[in-house]
Design a protein around this ligand. Structure first.
Ligand code: PGA
Length: 338
């Protein structure tokens, strides 16, 4: 797929630019102060930063996109059980509200069967796509992922199969299969280049939450993605890049994060996007919560203004439960007055 060449640097807003410029004039190259900054001048700079952050928080208080629910089938299923799940989902289609986007992630092996047999209300989503870790591509395309790479699946193949979504950076891939923040960023850029919508998973371990580094970890994961998605992509980021916040300690453990914990992280992700990408992107980006979501706890979580949907593992393997979770969309719209 060809795209027009354009500048690859991320937009810098005028106010953050002037702050950075001011900082640069304060120190010489060797780090010694070039001018003396009086305390009240530093206070002014800090106050301006604080005001800007508050303005962003005020403007970008919640998302504007359609509710979106994903079913992550992980490494589960055989021909018989996948057929049974597809049949159960199709049977449920009449009970599922139309106000929600839905995607399902079967294994690569079952992807084509699911695509051909599942009702088109459910989009199919691959669980991964590949890029070479060492590839350096200033154009952010990483456009050479087919070839002698035994056992891998490329975004080109997903595009060819007309698979519209790909899930990237799931914590099981990060922790068990070596996906670094940097690789996830490259995978996102490459998949976007091939027209795929991406769901990018971020989240902290229990240890990271307990030692107070949750936001450092999540912002680093987001930064690696934002770095790779250049200006060309910003116009479509909002509808095509979904972020799934999945605290690792809540995945498959039955220990769901509290609504307060989820709302705090989601609103901080949105503010981070506003400050580091753009306010439009922050508003339009859907932020899903994932980690032990089920048919019983989804309604309480869906009431939160910054939850734009769910990424569901275990409970997505049951057609009735998954349909019930999709229908939490109506609870969400009612709660946020949309
Ligand atoms: P879980 O998995 O719903 O089984 O906790 C969520 C996920 O890993 O995406």
């Amino acid at each position: 797929m060809m795209r027009a060449a354009a500048a690859t640097t991320m937009k810098t807003t005028p106010s953050s630019y002037s702050y950075l410029t001011a900082r640069k004039t304060m120190t010489q190259n060797n780090g010694t102060p070039a001018i003396t900054i009086k305390n009240h001048q530093m206070d002014n700079i800090n106050n301006n930063r604080r005001r800007r952050r508050q303005r962003i928080l005020h403007i970008v208080s919640e998302g504007t996109g359609r509710f979106i629910v994903g079913g992550n089938w992980k490494c589960n299923g055989n021909r018989e059980s996948v057929k049974a799940l597809v049949d159960a989902l199709n049977k449920n289609i009449a009970n599922i509200e139309k106000n929600c986007d839905i995607y399902c992630c079967p294994t690569f092996l079952h992807l084509n069967y699911v695509k051909e047999n599942l009702d088109t209300r459910f989009k199919v989503c691959a669980q991964n796509s590949w890029v070479e870790a060492d590839l350096v591509d200033p154009e952010h395309h990483y456009d050479s992922t087919t070839g002698a790479f035994t056992g891998e699946i490329s975004a080109e193949m997903l595009e060819d199969l007309q698979v519209p979504f790909v899930l990237l950076g799931h914590s099981e891939r990060r922790t068990l299969l070596g996906d670094t923040d940097e690789i996830v960023g490259k995978k996102v850029a490459h998949a976007r280049y091939h027209g795929l919508s991406v769901v990018v998973c971020v989240g902290e371990t229990l240890e990271e939450r307990e030692n107070g580094t949750t936001f450092d970890v999540i912002f680093k994961q987001l930064k690696a993605v934002a770095k790779e998605i250049d200006d060309r992509e910003h116009s479509s980021w909002g509808s095509s890049v979904v972020i799934a916040y999945e605290p690792i300690w809540a995945i498959g453990t039955g220990k769901v994060a509290t609504p307060e914990q989820v709302q705090e992280v989601h609103s901080k992700i949105r503010s981070w996007l506003a400050e580091n990408v753009s306010e439009d992107v922050a508003k339009a980006t859907r932020i899903q919560y994932g980690g032990s979501v089920n048919a019983s706890n989804c309604a309480d979580l869906a009431k939160l203004s910054d939850i734009d949907g769910f990424l569901v593992g275990g409970a997505s393997l049951n057609g009735d439960d998954f349909a019930a979770i999709c229908n939490a969309s109506s609870v969400h719209y009612k709660a946020v007055g949309r």
